[in-house]
Design a protein around this ligand. Sequence first.
Ligand SMILES: C[S@@+](CC[C@H](N)C(=O)[O-])C[C@H]1O[C@@H](n2cnc3c(N)ncnc32)[C@H](O)[C@@H]1O
Length: 256
Amino acid sequence: MSNFYDQLSPFYHVIFENWDASIERQGSNLKRIIQSNWPEYQTVLDVSCGIGTQAIGLSRNGYQVTASDLSANEVERAKHEAQRHGQTNISFSVCDMRTAFAHHGGPFDIVISCDNSIPHLLTDDDILSTLKQMYSCLRPGGGCLITIRDYDQEQRGGKNIIKPYGKAKIENGKRYVPLQVWDFDESDDQYYDFTLYLIEEDLHSKEIITHAMRSRYYAIQSEKLIKLMHDAGFEKITRLNEGFYQPVYIGTRPSN
Ligand SMILES: C[S@@+](CC[C@H](N)C(=O)[O-])C[C@H]1O[C@@H](n2cnc3c(N)ncnc32)[C@H](O)[C@@H]1O
């Protein structure tokens, strides 16, 4: 799986219309959610930071951020991007979120995993143990915040399902056209293989290269994720349907 993101890392921003604007928007949206649920909290651990979208956004909003990801290439790029955005205080490292507490310890005020990272974990056991690790990283009263694709609304089952993915984008004389294809398992429509095709066309030479990156997702639905958060020990679990571009699941570690 880290192979998918290691491959995607240099192109990650091109699947956004304007990645820098997304950093700003997501940072301020997450700040609003954090402030209304856990006011005064300052330290954030991002356990699936990718190239830094939320980590940099929150750091720009005054949070003290620690961030990690399974993909070493993404973490390298995140360090570079954080410098470019003037956020030199973020501590980055490579870590599998299933071992977040063993790697990071704690306590942090807030722990986050955003933009459909959790569904890369393919079993309930893996998701539950990750949620327990996130829980352990928190101080009593600390907040967990997860965002995932709204699988309650997505088609389930079928193959060769083409999904639009961002918009075509021109950068440095090249046009990039991203496209996703989903293939659900025949025996279990909770799982699908995912191929991201990124067509790169040199507008001068007309040369075209297609990058194909493959991964797999567990199309986990709200009820299951909420149950697993509950089983991990969180309380006040809520799904927020507004304020972010994906549903946001929040839960709080009990105070004692
Ligand atoms: C869709 S990306 C989102 C990245 C980032 N949060 C963002 O929005 O830009 C999903 C991320 O989950 C990470 N990921 C998947 N499985 C992981 C694991 N077991 N531990 C840590 N990160 C993981 C991937 O490497 C990837 O960076």
